[in-house]
Design a binder for this molecule. Structure first.
Ligand SMILES: NC(=O)CC[C@H](N)C(=O)O
Length: 452
């Protein structure tokens, strides 16, 4: 990051006293440290240090020792550097004196650290670029607003909108009333994002009470768009918090309501022309190869798209979350949708990731699949017509164990994500899975303890 960026920023924002330096961990959770204004220039030119074990944390924030990045290497520090263009104010901070910058971790001064998920995406973008296409890329994020107060049974519940008596209980998809009721929140998200140069545009009320979707505008720079998605999640959480609500990207917070997804849209362009375009896009050979590649890696990359035990609860039929390795035109019951909307807008909507997936890894999955399909001219099956949930199709794994084993078994995953990274991810996820499985549920005590 250039010295002038720091100088300009500090002179434009004389009130800034502290700056948060942020990194996305394996789970997409933002971590980092805070520095004083005086140190900013040095940090931007020379970098700063955080333990490499930041990239080996489980969901409880504990270092997974099997990763080899903790005690084995003396919990050693790694160089981190801010990413140019990401320095911005933190509008939700009450004092108005805080800024932030997104950062990335290095192995040495010039090589990225294998364990940083952003670096995995950087590598994937490099390989994908060799295909020689420009892109149109966009991210959609679903999330739930949740009351900080639990209901009388101790369960989570939708919040009461500011200045209203009414708890949001309806399931009115695309409801304008629901958007009205939450206007204060939505406006604040869009405005806060704007202040951080994040192009969040549309907000939609989703299928369930308190569930919304926010879209980032189409971009041509994949890495920048994913950086923005990571930061947008923080905006949404922080703005919700301001109004005493939680915003959650958990894949399935309510068992009887729709889950939350992370949908990625990709079109390929050559000389400004969309190469996926065709009168009937499902017959476009290049698009079919890209689809075939994605489907061929659907099993072995699912562990990145469904990163926790909870993610697999989202993958239930009839909820517009994909359960099968399918694709179709204008159809939300499949894994890969080709949205309608005119030839020049022809694109793949990748619907497999939960909102809990790390956006860097989910996007690397997308690029790997598309590249493998096109390079190897893979053949796609026929697109689905009608309700994919009612038909016989090959299913994706319905549990994390199977997904992790399939990830470990496919050499293409090591090739794309790095052998060391796959080993790290695997160690962290198995450890976390064991942590979840070691809990005996209340239901087991209620239904089994007295009777068996
Ligand atoms: N609007 C939609 O497409 C719903 C998507 C669904 N909530 C998911 O989990 O992916």
């Amino acid at each position: 990051m250039s010295k002038s960026e720091v100088k300009d920023f500090l002179s434009q924002h004389p009130d800034i006293t502290t700056i948060e330096l942020l990194l996305s961990d394996l789970n997409g959770v933002v971590r980092g440290k805070r520095i004083e204004r005086d140190l900013l220039e040095k940090v931007f030119t020379k970098g700063f240090y955080l333990p490499g074990s930041v990239m080996a944390l489980d969901s409880a924030g504990t270092t997974v020792e099997e990763s080899g990045l903790g005690m084995d290497v003396g919990d050693r520090d790694r160089l981190c550097k801010p990413i140019p263009g990401t320095l911005s104010i933190v509008p939700w901070h009450e004092g108005g004196d805080r800024a932030q910058a997104l950062c990335t971790m290095y192995k040495d001064r010039s090589t990225g650290f294998f364990a940083d998920p952003r670096q995995v995406l950087v590598n994937a973008i490099d390989r994908f670029s060799q295909l020689g296409y420009d892109v149109g890329f966009a991210v959609e994020l679903e999330f739930y607003l949740i009351d900080k107060q639990r209901d009388e049974k101790g369960n989570i519940q939708p919040p009461i909108a500011l200045g209203s008596e009414r708890r949001m209980m309806s399931s009115q998809v695309y409801s304008i009333d629901d958007l009205d009721q939450y206007d204060f929140f939505i406006r604040d998200v869009i405005e806060t994002a704007r202040q951080q140069n994040i192009p969040a545009d549309t907000v939609i009320a989703e299928y369930a009470p308190g569930q919304f979707e926010v879209n980032l505008d189409y971009g041509t720079d994949i890495l920048k768009a994913v950086d923005q998605a990571v930061l947008l999640k923080r905006v949404i959480r922080s703005v919700a918090n301001k109004y005493n609500m939680d915003a959650s990207f958990m894949a399935k917070p309510y068992i009887d309501q729709s889950g939350s997804g992370l949908h990625l849209h990709l079109s390929l362009l050559k000389d400004g022309e969309n190469v996926f375009a065709a009168e009937d896009p499902t017959q476009n050979p290049l698009l079919r190869q890209a689809i075939a590649g994605l489907l061929s890696m659907a099993d072995s990359t699912q562990a990145f798209l469904a990163p926790t035990v909870n993610s697999f609860r989202r993958l239930a039929p009839e909820n517009f979350a994909p359960t099968s390795k399918t694709w179709a035109y204008d159809n939300r019951t499949v894994a890969l949708r080709i949205p309608s909307g005119g030839q020049s807008a022809t694109r793949i909507e990748h619907r497999m990731s939960g909102a809990d997936a790390n956006p860097y890894l989910a996007t690397a999955v997308l690029l790997a699949g598309v590249t493998e399909g096109i390079q190897n001219k893979l053949e796609a099956p026929d697109p689905v017509v009608g309700n994919a949930y009612d038909q016989e199709h090959e299913q994706v794994a319905d549990n994390q164990r199977d997904a992790l084993r399939k990830m470990e078994a496919d050499p293409r995953v090591s090739d794309w994500f790095g052998k060391d990274f796959v080993e790290l991810y695997s160690a962290c996820k198995w450890s976390e899975l064991r942590m979840f499985e070691q809990q005996i549920t209340q239901m087991e005590y209620d239904l089994l303890l007295p009777y068996v």
